[in-house]
Design a binder for this molecule. Structure first.
Ligand SMILES: O=C1O[C@H](COP(=O)(O)O)[C@@H](O)[C@H](O)[C@H]1O
Length: 257
């Protein structure tokens, strides 16, 4: 696993602009290297704001959106089109504004009829397994970048502290009883998150500072799931000053004076 790099930006706005620029560059570089690219999206405040910033960037069209596979790290298990679904928010922020190939947009299944979160997780695992043709890691395609938000409790995707899903070794897990609404969710597991080439944790706000300190200060992933989110080639903690406020002095590189 990779040693985390930490970059600290002045505020949440600079953070999301910088992450958007970084993401565009990473996708362009991946497409230049192997013809296409893949990204795993996150929900949450900073994650969706980043997508909005990508859509608004003058460099947005540098990405070949038709050659990008788009996945989700987690989903709130709600009906299609529900405004609280991470997919709905990502579409409104970015995907409805760029020429993606609909066949390469892999949303997690919505709640519908008798479908359970476990059914949805199994269905998404099948989709992942069916897309491993080129650059296989662990039953999932080799994601170029996997974006994560971090909750004030240290959760990432829909993996919450001390939750049974953290002990589930399936690639995608159904989650019930999540402490943050809605209680039913679907999430990539930590092994699949760790299979990504690069994992970027994008975190803003003072309420996240204790979780950031614990995750980077040696806590284990059962207590602080964010501590277990690491990429194969890079793990980047991209923070604003408020989220970084409890880190020991000298840890992290200030990027925005
Ligand atoms: O519910 C969720 O929350 C986390 C963090 O969200 P934030 O608003 O506190 O930044 C997010 O990463 C996850 O994808 C989402 O489903």
């Amino acid at each position: 696993m990779t040693t985390p790099t930490i970059v600290i930006h002045r505020d949440a706005d600079v953070l999301v602009q910088a992450v958007a620029a970084r993401l565009i560059t990473r996708l362009v570089d991946a497409q230049a290297t192997h013809g296409d690219a893949s990204v795993v999206l996150t929900g949450g405040t900073a994650g969706i704001a980043t997508l909005r910033a990508v859509a608004a960037s003058p460099a947005c069209s540098a990405v070949d959106w038709s050659a990008l596979s788009i996945w989700w790290g987690d989903e709130r298990f709600l009906p299609s089109g529900d405004p609280d679904r991470n997919e709905t928010q990502a579409r409104a922020a970015l995907l409805d504004h760029v020429p993606v190939d609909p066949a390469r947009v892999f949303a997690m299944p919505p709640a519908s009829g008798d479908l359970t979160p476990e059914d949805a997780a199994a269905a998404y695992a099948d989709v992942l397994a069916g897309q491993t043709e080129k650059r296989l890691h662990v039953g999932a395609p080799a994601f170029d970048v996997l974006l994560l938000g971090v909750g004030p409790d240290g959760h990432v995707a829909s993996l919450f502290p001390e939750h049974p899903a953290l002990h589930d070794d399936r690639p995608v897990v159904g989650v019930r009883g999540a402490p943050k609404p809605p209680p039913e969710r679907v999430s990539l597991s930590l092994p699949v998150i760790r299979s990504a080439d690069e994992v970027w944790l994008v975190v803003a706000g003072a309420d996240k500072a204790p979780a950031v300190r614990l995750a980077l200060g040696g806590s284990g992933p059962v207590q602080i799931p964010a501590a277990g989110a690491q990429g194969q080639r890079a793990t980047r903690w991209l923070l604003d000053r408020a989220a970084a406020a409890e880190l020991p002095p000298g840890l992290g590189r200030p990027a925005s004076p």
